[in-house]
Design a protein around this ligand. Sequence first.
Ligand SMILES: Nc1nc2c([nH]c(=O)n2[C@H]2C[C@H](O)[C@@H](COP(=O)(O)OP(=O)(O)OP(=O)(O)O)O2)c(=O)[nH]1
Length: 337
Amino acid sequence: MTPELKAGDFLLRPLRPEDAPAVHRLVNDWSVVRMLSRLPFPYPRDLAQKWIASTLEDSSRGSAHHFAITRDGILLGAVGLVLSDDKRSASLGYWASPATWGQGMTTSAARRVTEWAIQVLKLEKLTADVAVDNPASSAVLRKLGFRETGRSSRRFVSRGTECPIIVHELARSTFLQLDIPAPVETASPAALEDQPSAPAPIRKPRTLLVVAAALLDAQGRILLARRPEGKRLAGLWEFPGGKVERDETPEQALIREMKEELDVDLTGACLAPFTFVSENAGPFHLLMPLYVVRRWRGVPAPREGQALAWVEAADLAKYPMPDPDLPLIPLLQELLG
Ligand SMILES: Nc1nc2c([nH]c(=O)n2[C@H]2C[C@H](O)[C@@H](COP(=O)(O)OP(=O)(O)OP(=O)(O)O)O2)c(=O)[nH]1
């Protein structure tokens, strides 16, 4: 199902039948519709209703995900992903009200959807086609890390003619190396000074020490936490934990993070070192010791807006996790099997 995502001030959410009048008003504008290949001009009202109904069906089948771009409850545009049959790649498309052009809204919304597609849907590749006379749209794609891969042509129903288009592509591996702005407290001042705006630059990896715990309940289930919207890797499930601060041991950091994130007390508990992750995590290299913890004081409660789930080892793979965590799944299954 299509989730709600946050992109700065904007909320990206599934379309609803009651959006039809706003969709119709915004798309039935020559400056918008001339850039969309499949739509006629004028754009009839019932097509807006039919399109919204089709997005709901696509979402439940997982064949496409279309998001309304909204701010303060007002619909300003849309961004969508249509998945390939094997669900390993998708084409990205978007349109926006001319009143929002030039303010970075489309870039920010398309970036959030791209990030979700790569990190949560784990797609290998995104493609996007743009009419040659739409340089603003090509600029959005460049900022997201897309590269031009060729030229072709397509019939534009609105213009009643065949038009030249530029084909763009973004590989998963490229996106994962991009310098996506990190939360300010995680970036050193030097890293911030280094950040030019566009095209998206590649960051020099540094090692980040993060400590995490597999909390096991009496039935041998593992506690996972879903990273909330607004954070890097939002929507992915992880082992609770966090960065080791200067002057902290990993164990002290784990006790602090468990208190802050889950309101549980691990003081004096057995923190059993289990294994560690040492993996390229995109903007940094992640070094993450994972502890197994079977006893603690208190009942885990989500203190930072995250969702929590107690998960059977056999079901771990059903929860999308950051790539560096994936090798931990079979190890935990072996431990608990
Ligand atoms: N806790 C945890 N972090 C993980 C896992 N896998 C993984 O790639 N990470 C990454 C996500 C973050 O970039 C980093 C953990 O840092 P963190 O949780 O303290 O920081 P954060 O990004 O949430 O930001 P903040 O709380 O400092 O604002 O490690 C995991 O299983 N558990």
